[in-house]
Design a protein around this ligand. Sequence first.
Ligand SMILES: Nc1ncnc2c1ncn2[C@@H]1O[C@H](COP(=O)(O)OP(=O)(O)O)[C@@H](O)[C@H]1O
Ligand SMILES: [Mg+2]
Length: 226
Amino acid sequence: MTVTAPEPVPVPASVRGRFIVLEGGEGTGKSTQAALLVARIRAAGVPVTAVREPGGTIVGDRVRGLLLDPAHAGLDARAELLLYEASRAELVAAVIRPRLQAGDYVVCDRFTDSTLAYQGYGRGLDLDGIEALNEWATDGLRPELTVLLDLDPLVGVRRATGQGADRLEAEGAEFHARVRAGFLALASGAAHVVVSASASIDEVAAAVWAAVREGDAALVSAPERA
Ligand SMILES: Nc1ncnc2c1ncn2[C@@H]1O[C@H](COP(=O)(O)OP(=O)(O)O)[C@@H](O)[C@H]1O
Ligand SMILES: [Mg+2]
């Protein structure tokens, strides 16, 4: 009789770290809140990596440049979708999955819901098709928690264009309304929390922090205010 060692059990990518995503339209405060959240997690003594989409890798940042260049306003919607997915695949493979496996928390500014909201609900591409591409590009990795920052798109675009408009921000009000409705539809599941982004930066940060700390043993002993 031969005795063979048992096959190693594959460890899910998120078993050690925690993958948290901030979503929402233009100017809802994602980048502002991502920075504050990362600072709070770090202050709690938990290792954390901050990333954003599109970009976050050398190739991804070049793809980001292509996507946000106003000179590419006529880009075909399917080509645009595939560029987002290419950036995402590289970010997941090169940064997010390895950092989670190393035990980091990962905070990502936009992820798969943005693609569904903009390319699906906004531009009208087939949602099931986008879902399949999201699944493929991420190799099945999903956020443990997605915090949706919800805001009237007119307020958001006004906030954002204070910093200069890019191609996406130049879209019409109806498009942004569809995107907002899409984000809200996607946020009905258990892995999502909706935070109203119309309050002050500090108030929104407190709501985001409460959502992230909820049920998290590593963070629950951390101070309510960093
Ligand atoms: N709660 C808020 N109230 C007022 N202004 C805000 C708030 N959150 C963010 N801002 C401002 O709005 C602009 C866009 O914020 P940003 O974090 O870049 O949004 P996003 O990354 O979602 O596009 C920035 O100038 C930021 O300082
Ligand atoms: Mg931003």
